[in-house]
Design a protein around this ligand. Structure first.
Ligand code: KG4
Ligand code: ZN
Length: 346
């Protein structure tokens, strides 16, 4: 197959394979140029809960074992063969370096074997690009809140391109991390966001008052104090009280996270004059958060849950709006661990 460097072939990349391995989910997806998700395979490793967090070395090994089968599965579900691919897209960072390397090495090998171009994608740009997928693509400009286990950021998204302006981000823990740490203190498994949400449904959110970090200047977030507040509250209570009020504690704690996010989003909307908001990242799967954000009265885009948590469809989606590297220019491509390149990588 002839390679399709931009400028050489004006034809769009009709069929894109996305690969995402930045954390503990091994993901592959097939997405069309029009943003139709033909397959979205997510294999959650489910082996990290016993350690109370993701163990990077174990995550990498599992990616290595799963990636081939996950990609095969994506081809099978989309009913296409590798020969029909036009582009390979892969998460380059930020994330766990060993985990990212498995995805990037696989993407390079596949793309090179078929002489295809390769699009390296920033994970956070991917979360934003989940909102550009069919059947209801959300048109920029809008405010985006990306809240995941690794990141919490507010961005002004002007167009579909990789550039967006970061208006605020977390100064310490991410919102998902706050959910996970709270869940751990309450004796729930890892990752704890969904489990904490389930427990919170049985409780009353105004039983306990937790800090919502509105003291933090500007549009940045802080969640470390919240986790400490829960820890101290648990220490003050007797074992029986904790047992009796676990659901109330979960509900009150969840409310504090949701209110912290809500307050900053409302402020960002008023400061920017934007009246459209997109949510993304694993925390956007939270029902209480989705409900609360409806009250903003703005046009709200919340991707389906499987497109909010880590997935490869969002990575393929982001690749539709950037120039890929032509074959074989990507063979030296490296990964990056931290979010500093999220902006630099534009
Ligand atoms: O985006 P994501 O799948 O992976 C990262 O890039 O981190 O987000 C995972 C995070 C975890 O912290 C998890 O606890 C949280 O999203 N999460 C939730 C819910 N489902 C996942 N947090 C609150 N409520 C949920 N229903
Ligand atoms: Zn993520």
């Amino acid at each position: 197959m002839a390679h399709r460097a931009r400028g050489l072939d004006p034809e769009p990349f009709r069929v894109i394979l996305g690969i995402e391995t930045s954390c503990d989910d091994t993901c592959a997806a097939i997405v069309t140029a029009g943003g139709e998700v033909r397959a979205n395979v997510i294999s959650s490793q489910g082996v990290h809960d016993r350690y109370g967090g993701v163990v990077p070395e174990i995550a990498s090994r599992h990616h290595l074992e799963l990636i081939g089968a996950v990609i095969d599965d994506a081809f099978a579900r989309a009913e296409i063969t590798p020969e029909e691919l036009d582009l390979v897209a892969v998460t380059q960072g930020p994330g766990l370096v060993g985990a990212l390397l498995v995805g990037v090495a696989t993407a390079k090998a596949l793309a090179a074997a078929y002489e295809l171009p390769l699009a390296p994608v920033d994970h956070l740009h991917g979360h934003v690009a989940a909102t550009f997928l069919a059947p209801d693509p959300f048109e920029p400009p809008f405010l985006a809140l990306i809240a995941s286990g690794g990141h919490t950021l507010l961005a002004y998204v002007r167009d579909e391109g990789p550039a967006f302006e970061v208006l605020g981000q977390t100064l310490d823990d991410a919102a998902g991390e706050a959910f996970d740490k709270g869940a751990r203190l309450l004796g729930l498994g890892y990752p704890g966001g969904a489990a904490l949400e389930r427990l919170a449904r049985e409780g009353h959110p105004d039983t306990f008052s937790f800090p919502t970090a509105s003291r933090v200047q500007g549009l940045d977030f802080s969640f470390a104090g919240l986790k400490t507040a829960l820890l101290y509250r648990l220490r003050e209570l007797s074992e029986q009280e904790v047992e009796r009020q676990r659901a109330d504690l979960a509900a009150s704690y969840q409310r504090a996270i949701v209110e912290a996010l809500f307050g900053k989003v409302r402020r960002a909307l008023s400061e920017t004059g934007l009246d459209r908001l997109a949510l993304g990242g694993g925390v956007a799967a939270n029902g209480a958060l989705r409900e609360r954000f409806q009250e903003l009265g703005v046009e709200l885009a919340v991707p389906a849950r499987e497109l909010c948590t880590d997935n490869a469809a969002m990575i393929a989606s982001a690749a539709r709006f950037r120039d890929p590297l032509p074959y074989p220019d990507y063979l030296e491509l490296d990964v990056y661990a931290t979010g500093e390149r999220t902006l630099a990588a534009r």
